[in-house]
Ligand binder design. Sequence first.
Ligand SMILES: Cc1cc2nc3c(=O)[nH]c(=O)nc-3n(C[C@H](O)[C@H](O)[C@H](O)COP(=O)(O)OP(=O)(O)OC[C@H]3O[C@@H](n4cnc5c(N)ncnc54)[C@H](O)[C@@H]3O)c2cc1C
Length: 396
Amino acid sequence: MTTTADVIVVGLGAHGSSIACHLARRGLKVIGFDSHHPPHTFGSSHGGSRIIREAYSEGEFYVPLVKRSYELFEDLQERTGREVIRITGGISIADRRGKGLSGIRASAAAHGSPIEYLEPEQVTERFPVLHPHEHMEAAFDPRAGAVFPEVAIQGHLDEAVKAGADLRFDEPVTKWRPDRAGNSVQVETKSGTFEAKQLVFAAGAWLPELVSKLRLPMWIERQVLFWFEPKANAEAFRPENIGNHAWEYEPGHSFYAQPDFGEGVKVALHHDGSASDPDRLDRRVSGEDEAALRTQIERYVPDLNGKLLNSAVCMYTDTPDLNFLIDFHPGHRNIVLASPCSGHGFKFSAVMGEIVADMVTEGQSRFDLSQFGVERLLSEESQAACPPEKRPYEVN
Ligand SMILES: Cc1cc2nc3c(=O)[nH]c(=O)nc-3n(C[C@H](O)[C@H](O)[C@H](O)COP(=O)(O)OP(=O)(O)OC[C@H]3O[C@@H](n4cnc5c(N)ncnc54)[C@H](O)[C@@H]3O)c2cc1C
């Protein structure tokens, strides 16, 4: 027997949980599947906190989306009564010898974000544990802060169920097929066949493999998170005294830290990880992983270079230009591909629910998604940027 719905959502992590929530609230019959039971530690959304910031260095076209995300996270917080987001302010420190703060300056100017620009010595005056070098410049974003991913995902899942969604956990989708006329899509899981008018793929690191015929030039990047106990001035790392700080220590190479929300200071290199496969990810943390990060911490935030409290391995799903993929499947207008990652997608998970719900119900979003289209990924240039051995699926 086939179970039917208006929309099937594959993947209920950061984005899928929000998408299921928004679709169900619009009165659609939604069935959602996840291979695991989110929030879990096998994908891209664990680790206690994620940075949110407004003056977006990655492109000014992200700013309207993140502004709406702030509103929707606050709404989720109100509905659930749990702390989803905390504004602490945040500082971005960049190497002037590269692009420096040009992305932040452009976004702030285009959207009127109240950014304070600081010289290295002003940074240390204000945050005595931070020691930028002379060739660096800094921008303080008072709207920056943290989103708590496990709380946000659980909140979206609870709200989705409240609105009538049928969510099924530990139930991977193993096959999917559209009908020729484009009126429906079927998926298979261990409990049977399910059919819906529309399908949304929000499967994170597993998306490239689920739609492997498209040969998406996307790869899975291993990332290691660490929690350290400061070796001095522990109070200075509490969220009342410091927000997140992101360091481009050389052009194109970065690390970032969150304040100590009670479990130590979370800190990690951003990118520079090896290409991997989501089902064969090396989840062991090596001495080399730790040493690479400590070298940078010792240089710029030496008081943080204390005892290791915890570590975890996570995954980025990268595109060649590091922008998201949010589009209809090029062959099937009733299938949405939602892959906002490249290491900076969580802050958009709240707005993603609204965006995809608009795509499903109205055929388009009110936001400009032109930078996130699938066609750019099918171009020769994008394909060349991701050689077959990097891809997490077999290339025939
Ligand atoms: C270490 C780290 C730090 C980060 N820091 C930040 C940050 O500070 N700020 C920020 O904005 N972003 C950050 N990001 C990026 C952000 O966390 C991700 O963009 C986002 O969490 C991705 O969400 P997702 O829904 O695509 O993936 P996930 O949350 O991993 O969800 C995908 C889900 O799909 C399920 N699934 C897969 N295949 C199937 C299938 N066949 N059937 C059913 N279910 C399936 C999986 O089980 C999983 O639950 C960070 C990421 C990492 C790894």
